[in-house]
Design a protein around this ligand. Structure first.
Ligand SMILES: Nc1ncnc2c1ncn2[C@@H]1O[C@H](COP(=O)(O)OP(=O)(O)O)[C@@H](O)[C@H]1O
Ligand SMILES: CC(=O)N[C@@H](CCC(=O)OP(=O)(O)O)C(=O)O
Length: 292
């Protein structure tokens, strides 16, 4: 009996959040590391299905960095990263597109549908969802100057055409987006999945952007979790080396999304089962919120 009462009170706690988010859009980025274990894949799929079921327009963007690394290694291709972005030559681009659209996207759609959802996979090429130009990465030199570095076929998203997402939503489908974009000349571009999630959230006027990753959130230099970071503090955290590597595109895409009108942006530990439900429907704050 006590058990049932506890369950009922948990449901009651969720009610105001269900009311608040029903009919609204939530964009969730599912990082390549958060797909590592079967129990996490299952809890992710069930959370996404529940959100859709209660009327939240749920959009998934997936990563796949570790999966790309594994395949590049098999081909004997070495890749490096500049400020969290993979340097992508033509050969690497071929592998990136194959792994993201041909493997990881199919797997994520598979997990959701296998557990009873209706997911439909696409990439930024479908319906020209993510139109790109080549990204030039800004690097600060030791003398304090700034240099723009060409890192290959990495896309700077210049236009988002969300019509295809709206069509899928009308049909009751959950869109699952692979982070590959297209240039006006048809060239494929590799885009960091966090960046895609931020751009899509902004284009859809999302209520929330959630980035699931493999750490508890953004940490300070002492390794302590920062539960909230004011938007204005983000550049300093990058400049002073507190936030490095793959965390840079995460915090910057959150700030860009908030500046573009997304209401809330969170970086959350994808290694916790049902991290999405805990973040959306409970008073327990998990991870880091970047605050507008
Ligand atoms: N200040 C920081 N706080 C937490 N993690 C950080 C920080 N700076 C860099 N990182 C690194 O960023 C990583 C997350 O980025 P990434 O590996 O690209 O994740 P994902 O595959 O989920 O996109 C963490 O595992 C951690 O090594
Ligand atoms: C330009 C760039 O870096 N693209 C990423 C795309 C995949 C990704 O972002 O995957 P995670 O979210 O799992 O890290 C890459 O090539 O790894």
């Amino acid at each position: 009996m006590q058990h049932l009462i506890e369950k009922a009170s948990t449901l009651m706690e969720a009610l105001p959040y269900i009311r608040r988010f029903s009919g609204k859009t939530i964009v969730i980025k599912y990082g390549g590391h958060a797909m590592a274990e079967e129990k996490l894949r299952k809890s992710f799929a069930l959370d996404i299905i529940l959100l859709k079921y209660i009327g939240i327009n749920t959009v998934v963007v997936h990563g796949g960095g570790p999966q790309i690394n594994e395949t590049l290694k098999r081909y004997g291709i070495v890749s490096e990263f500049v400020k969290g972005m993979r340097v992508t030559d033509a050969e690497t681009m071929g592998v990136v597109e194959m792994v993201l659209t041909g493997q990881v996207n199919r797997e994520v759609v598979g997990y959701i549908n296998q557990h009873g959802g209706r997911a439909a996979g696409l990439s930024g090429k479908d319906g020209n969802l993510l139109l790109c130009e080549k990204l030039l990465q800004e690097i600060r030199r030791e003398d304090g100057g700034v240099e723009m570095v060409d890192i290959g076929f990495v896309g700077d998203v210049v236009e988002v055409n969300p019509a295809i997402l709206q069509t899928l939503e009308k049909g009751g489908f959950i869109p699952v987006i692979a982070p590959v974009g297209v240039g006006r000349d048809g060239q494929s571009y590799n885009i960091n999945a966090d960046v895609v999630a931020g751009k899509v959230a902004a284009a859809l006027g999302a209520e929330k952007l959630i980035l699931l990753t493999d750490v508890s959130g953004v940490k300070n230099k002492e390794g302590e979790l920062l539960s909230s970071i004011p938007l204005a503090d983000v550049p300093e955290l990058i400049d002073n080396g507190t936030v490095t590597g793959g965390m840079i595109p995460k915090v910057t895409c959150c700030t860009d999304a908030l500046a573009a009108g997304v209401k809330k942006a969170h970086i959350v530990d994808g290694r916790i089962e049902h991290a999405i439900l805990l973040e959306i429907f409970t008073n327990v704050g998990i991870g880091t919120e970047i605050q507008a």
